[in-house]
Design a protein around this ligand. Structure first.
Ligand SMILES: Nc1ncnc2c1ncn2[C@@H]1O[C@H](COP(=O)(O)OP(=O)(O)OP(=O)(O)O)[C@@H](O)[C@H]1O
Length: 354
């Protein structure tokens, strides 16, 4: 298990991480999401004792990393694909680490096999592709057969097969009961692998909740309806109570709404005024239209994705100061789980962690 309590890390007057509190539980994949500079790598480095917190704590299995008796057997991490010396072979790198960590040498061959590097294990790491170096980083993390794993952007540089392999491996590690903490900016990837999400923006916690709750609470799944009698339909739907919300589709006049999607009828010129209806399914909207005699020229479900949920969650954290404060955004739903105001805090380019 990983525990972060009131964790703050400042560089000068800039907070890379500010007041973060969350736990990463065993037996599930926890995705760690946030835009560039949100503080993900810094948090992982603090967990691994590679940087010291300004205040608060980051614990591995209830203790500080520096105090773990056999750290490589308790926690494994992939932070960078360039952790191994380029002049060494993968086998030499892993063997040196095994010897230093009190890990049997036989384990080296096991992890090489696991990550698919056995055939190139004698080659110098300097000649490896980025994907091969990522695989070596994973082998390094798995070497001590630890119960806690941290992967920082593990699919960077992997081809499609590699991405699938990483996804399966991550799943299996969690199913074995390990604590698996994976950072990524790839929402589509997280959607396929994470059970739980910790989302950060500008060093602060935005949400900490099961992935389904994040999607349900933040996504904008809705029914898109096109009707020349939309006024009548809107009146009917608005009378259904707070559960149902209706928005106009802002048509730029070219058959495309402002969200960039196609118009309700796919861009034809004969489409009627459009409505977005939240809180009802397609059949219900159709039935209500029929009940008030509103003609329907188009009707379809617009499914929300995690990508949309993520953009909703981190929008403020990305666009510094250009959006209204949290809660002021029209129709912004409450985030699930524990939340914190993402405004303020640090932002800017990455730098080496001290
Ligand atoms: N050693 C350092 N000195 C000064 N600022 C730093 C240092 N390390 C990190 N920062 C700053 O802290 C903030 C968080 O950086 P961090 O690398 O943790 O974010 P991240 O979420 O991992 O981003 P990315 O996805 O781009 O890697 C950034 O604004 C970064 O510039």
């Amino acid at each position: 298990m990983l525990t972060v309590r009131e964790l703050t890390k400042r560089y000068g007057d800039k907070a890379a991480v500010e007041g973060l509190t969350f736990t990463v539980e065993p037996g599930r994949v926890t995705g760690f999401l946030g835009p560039n500079g949100a503080g993900k790598s810094t948090t992982m480095r603090l967990m691994l004792g590679l940087a010291r917190p300004t205040s608060g704590e980051a614990l591995v299995n209830g203790g500080e990393y520096a105090r773990l008796a056999w750290p490589t057997r308790q926690v494994g991490a992939l932070l960078s694909p360039d952790a191994a010396h380029p002049g060494r072979s993968a086998r030499a790198h892993l063997t040196a680490k095994a010897v230093g960590g009190g890990i049997p040498r036989s384990r080296v061959e096991e992890v090489l096999e696991e990550v698919g590097l056995t055939d190139v294990a004698r080659q110098r790491v300097g000649g490896y592709s980025l994907g091969m170096r990522q695989r070596l980083g994973v082998a390094d993390a798995l070497l001590g057969d630890p119960g806690v794993l941290l992967f920082d952007e593990p699919v960077n540089g992997l081809d499609l097969d590699g991405v699938r392999w990483m996804r399966d491996l991550t799943r299996r590690l969690a199913d074995e009961g390990r604590t698996v903490f994976v950072s990524s900016h790839l929402m589509s990837e997280m959607e396929m692998v994470a059970d739980h999400l910790v989302v950060v923006g500008r060093g602060r916690l935005i949400t900490d909740a099961p992935i389904g709750d994040v999607i349900a609470a933040w996504s904008r799944t809705h029914v898109l309806v096109s009707s020349p009698d939309s006024g009548r339909l809107r009146e009917r739907l608005e009378g259904l109570g707070p559960r149902v919300r209706v928005e106009d589709v802002e048509d730029g006049g070219d058959g495309r709404d402002t969200a960039g999607g196609e118009g309700v009828r796919g861009g034809g010129t004969d489409r009627g005024p459009g409505l977005r209806v939240f809180g009802l399914d397609v059949t219900e909207v159709g039935d209500h239209a029929h009940a008030v005699g509103a003609r329907v020229h188009g009707l379809r479900l617009e499914e929300a994705s995690l990508e949309q949920a993520y953009l909703e969650l981190t929008g403020e954290a990305v666009e510094f100061g250009s959006r209204p404060a949290k809660g002021e955004a029209a129709g912004a739903p409450e985030a699930p789980g524990r939340t914190a105001d993402a405004a303020g805090g640090a932002a800017g380019a990455n730098g080496p962690v001290r």
